[in-house]
Design a protein around this ligand. Structure first.
Ligand code: NI
Length: 182
């Protein structure tokens, strides 16, 4: 089922989401619906608060571009993107490293804006899985980028919060109008 995607201005996008304690049948349905919703919207990531649920869960699929990562290790071993896509993760716990890179970002909850955001290039840490296990993942490129963007959503942070001061000033009017529409 395709779910409605919450838009900028909705207070749920500003909440710090709760840890997932147990994977219920209802939760599995939510994951399935989020994957369907992300693919339907042609997005590369979607976090639970974007469909109105404040839990630490997100889905990612960057498999459209097999070249988008140069570093990918799962549980300490080199892996291929197709091995882990689409990636569903709960209660992420990771560290950031590497050079900061600029990359253009957008968001299914702020469709009117695309802008460059500077973020560290490498993510490494633990990502809870639906079967109760955790995977250790180390990645760079677009995958690291999307994981950071989606995890920000779980902390009530949006990509427009992370732009430069100059870009913030440029975006201010547009964001205010979006909020007023809401
Ligand atoms: Ni987003």
């Amino acid at each position: 089922m395709i779910l409605p995607i919450v838009q900028y201005g909705d207070p749920i996008l500003r909440k710090r989401c709760q840890r997932v304690k147990a994977v219920t049948e209802e939760f599995e349905v939510l994951v399935k619906n989020m994957l369907e919703t992300m693919h339907d919207a042609q997005g590369v990531g979607l976090a639970a608060p974007q469909v109105g649920i404040d839990v630490r869960l997100a889905v990612v699929d960057v498999s459209h571009d097999p070249e988008c990562v140069s570093l990918l290790r799962v549980n300490g071993e080199e892996a291929q993107l197709e091995d882990i896509m689409p990636l569903v993760f709960i209660n992420p716990d990771f560290e950031l490293s590497g050079e900061k890179e600029r990359m253009e970002e957008g968001c299914l909850s702020i469709r009117e804006i695309r802008t460059e955001v500077k973020r560290p290039s490498v993510v490494s840490g633990k990502f809870g899985q639906l079967d109760g296990t955790e995977i250790e993942l180390e990645a760079d490129g677009l995958l690291a980028r999307v994981i950071q963007h989606e995890t920000d959503h779980l902390n009530g942070v949006l990509f427009v919060d992370r732009v430069s001061t100059a870009a913030k000033i440029t975006l201010r009017g547009k964001l205010k109008r979006l909020k007023d529409v809401y």
